[in-house]
Design a protein around this ligand. Sequence first.
Ligand SMILES: NC(=O)c1ccc[n+]([C@@H]2O[C@H](COP(=O)([O-])OP(=O)(O)OC[C@H]3O[C@@H](n4cnc5c(N)ncnc54)[C@H](OP(=O)(O)O)[C@@H]3O)[C@@H](O)[C@H]2O)c1
Length: 404
Amino acid sequence: MNQSREFDIIIWGASGFTGRLVAEYLFKQYGTSRNLKWAMAGRNQEKLETVRAAIADSSVPIVVADSSDEASIKQMVLRTKVICTTVGPYAIYGSKLVAACVEHKAHYCDLAGEVQWMRQMVDKHQEAAQANGVKIVHSCGFDSIPSDMGVYFIQREAKAQKGQRAKKISMRVVAMRGGLSGGTYASLSKVMEQAQQDKSIYKVLTNPYGLNPADQQEGEDRPDLMSVVFDKTSQSYVGPFIMAGINTKVVRRSNALSNYSYGKDFRYDEATLSGKGFKGKMKGVLAAIPLMFMTAKPKSVLKSIANKLLPKPGEGPDREQRENGFYNLRFYVTLEDGSSAMGKVTGDKDPGYGSTSKMLGETAVCLAVDELPKINGVLTPSVAMGDALLQRLEQSSGLAFSFK
Ligand SMILES: NC(=O)c1ccc[n+]([C@@H]2O[C@H](COP(=O)([O-])OP(=O)(O)OC[C@H]3O[C@@H](n4cnc5c(N)ncnc54)[C@H](OP(=O)(O)O)[C@@H]3O)[C@@H](O)[C@H]2O)c1
């Protein structure tokens, strides 16, 4: 990595809903006078200046780059060690930036949950990123850090405390409170639209191993839960978890990239706990209704209603909603000898924005300044950063990890 660059980190998309929160977090946590050199970037100088005045001060440099202007992207990348981007939908705005980071040797992190696009980035850039010593790390927000780092942590602790690995982990969302932004909804819509137009994309989305290396997509895991069922593991009704389609694939990619350190027979799944008895079952059914709106078929009546009701790009949960948000994830663990254990990951603030902005901010700092595993390519958070990221998440991002 080029140590002589002007900046450690550039946050591209800093005028958007989530990028602004990341910039605000970095300013509060690191300021501009300490050892971290960072800048806010976007396509509109005036808008960036307005946001900067609201969240920081004029000591934060501004960089202008537009996804439609390749030269501006190259210039931006050449100025920094790490690009941290919240310019989404990534399938529309993100591809040239990833290519520029690989070519011009800057590490990269984002909030992509667009599996079809991440698959393209793996296929296009894995070899060149390895050859150039670059880490491209997708999904560094609520999807998929709590799942990916949660499993990484549990496997590490199982080995340390019990001398064996976990052969099966079922993550259950116990509780969470938060909202949705227009950018996230736009990204979800883009996934649905592309999947409807192109059957090969649909196949990637429904393949449990859709992000694994092309020749390693076999295993025992099944597609993610799509209905409300009774779950023996938790002795409760469970329903779909909207982020499972991303998280489970990221966890499986981590296993593959780490030479199957969780085992070739490792199994992983995610669902939302809804409770016991008839009440639990009904709660699960009701919880699935907002999901139906968010993932409605393009051009359907449901979709046009969702477009009216759900937030527009630039909008999202207000400060009070973010501050009052939280999440609690439980990991039911089966060890190699058949015994059971329990892991837990909790986060303060709402998952999608308050917590996500701290996770992404710390990911960018970790890529810029920490001693990291000697692996490059299109990676997952746990494989790219391992213990260094875990420590930052616990110390600064409001996440807590436990294993019993
Ligand atoms: N994984 C997670 O947990 C998670 C959580 C939150 C968000 N996300 C993802 O993060 C992304 C951003 O979400 P958001 O709600 O922050 O969206 P947003 O408010 O719409 O922000 C998008 C940003 O992209 C910028 N942009 C748009 N077109 C551009 C172009 N041609 N060149 C350069 N910049 C351009 C916008 O600039 P202007 O300000 O100039 O319009 C804005 O700064 C989405 O893909 C969302 O799915 C993921």
